[in-house]
Design a protein around this ligand. Structure first.
Ligand code: SF4
Ligand code: SF4
Length: 355
């Protein structure tokens, strides 16, 4: 790898943080296998071998937990650790003899080992509750509540194929594609704080931001403000980031929707968008029991009925959506039918980005 110039943004150069064996054999691996759930074993062209132990974390890591993980890395691994995009922590070791003591130490410290192969790995999610300006729920909290329930499926590899779950704390931005996606769903148009609009918002920016052209400039009580055509508004929340007085987050009307069957991979079948399974679930911290019940029902139906190596979306395509609703015990309602025909005329379909 060639040296890279220092920049002020983006990820840092990874060389200094790589385990020496990963650096030495970078891009030159021969084969790998999984000796047990949560452990990967890579063999390089050079004959070098590396064992990677993967463990789940609670996602929002306080400094004490990070120190604990670093201490475990220093004591039982070779002083290196890394995080996956799903917030699993991984320790790399150069000998098989180091694996069992590391797993035991992780278990004693409360970090379950798993998340590989046909398991439910950690949930990829947004953490806007801590750092973003528009979240309507604590997506990381949803993750913690769900993973507490799905722990057994994390430490075992007994699903038909890997099962990926994602969560998102607003309706428009970071929510990813997943076999099961848990996303915020706003159900009422924004309420406008007219007193604040003139001082805080650039009105043309807000008007341009709406994907269905539902926002117009307006004078309200003699002050410059905005108005919404509520027949057009689809409650996406896109106007809220550039204009906080467009109040869309609401404890009652910001709900949670669950989508199924998305996947990024090209393996076996094409990548697919996920589709709506359940809408209007209460956004109910700290344990989101209604969301957990639906996720459990979908997972059990998939696990019981799918063929080996079928991803969740492939399973639904094979059995058909009516059977999916039947097997998972979820109600099929008129709201599942997308009969909106306004998109071609009014949706902003250009590639032009506006902020
Ligand atoms: S999903 Fe939305 S609220 Fe959450 S971090 Fe991303 S942009 Fe912010
Ligand atoms: S919520 Fe979305 S559709 Fe409704 S006014 Fe705001 S940007 Fe437009």
């Amino acid at each position: 790898m060639s040296a890279r110039r220092a920049v002020e943004s983006g990820v840092p150069e990874l060389d200094p943080y790589l385990h020496p064996l990963l650096k030495k054999n970078y891009g030159a691996w021969k084969w790998h296998d999984r000796p047990r759930p949560g452990v990967l074993h890579h063999v390089a062209m050079s004959g070098d071998e590396v064992w990677t132990v993967r463990a789940g974390t609670q996602r929002q890591l306080d400094v004490y937990t990070i120190r604990t993980l670093c201490d475990l890395g220093d004591r039982y691994a070779d002083g290196f650790l890394r995080f996956t995009s799903r917030s699993n922590v991984e320790f790399m070791v150069a000998s098989e003899a180091q694996v069992a003591p590391l797993i035991e130490a992780l278990g004693k410290a409360g970090f379950p080992v798993g998340g590989t192969g046909n398991s439910i790995s950690m949930i990829s999610h947004t953490q806007g509750w801590l750092h973003c300006d528009i979240p309507a729920t604590d997506a990381s909290g949803v993750v913690k509540a769900l993973m507490d329930e799905l722990h057994e499926e994390f430490i075992h590899e007994r699903m038909p194929n890997k099962l990926r779950i994602s969560t998102s704390c607003c309706e428009i931005n970071c929510g990813g594609q997943a076999d099961i996606a848990v996303n915020i769903q706003h159900t009422k148009p924004p309420r406008i704080n007219h007193d604040a609009v003139g001082n805080i918002c650039e009105r043309p920016t807000v008007v341009a931001r709406c994907p269905v052209a539902a926002i117009r400039p307006a004078l309200v009580n003699g002050k410059p403000s905005l108005e919404i055509d509520e027949r057009k508004c689809m409650c996406c929340g896109a106007c809220y980031p550039p204009c906080p007085p467009m109040l869309i987050n609401d404890p009652e009307n910001s709900k949670i929707a669950i989508w199924v069957g998305g996947k990024h991979a090209n393996a076996r079948s094409k990548p697919t968008f996920h589709k709506l399974a359940v809408a209007n679930l209460p956004n109910n911290p700290p344990r989101w029991p209604e969301v957990a019940a639906v996720v459990r029902a979908i997972i059990h139906a998939y696990k019981d009925d799918a063929h080996d190596w079928e991803r969740l979306g492939e399973w639904i395509e094979r059995i058909g959506w009516p059977r999916f609703f039947e097997l998972s015990g979820l109600p099929f309602t008129k709201f599942h039918i997308d009969n909106w025909r306004g998109g071609r005329g009014s949706l902003n379909a250009s590639a032009h980005l506006r902020f």
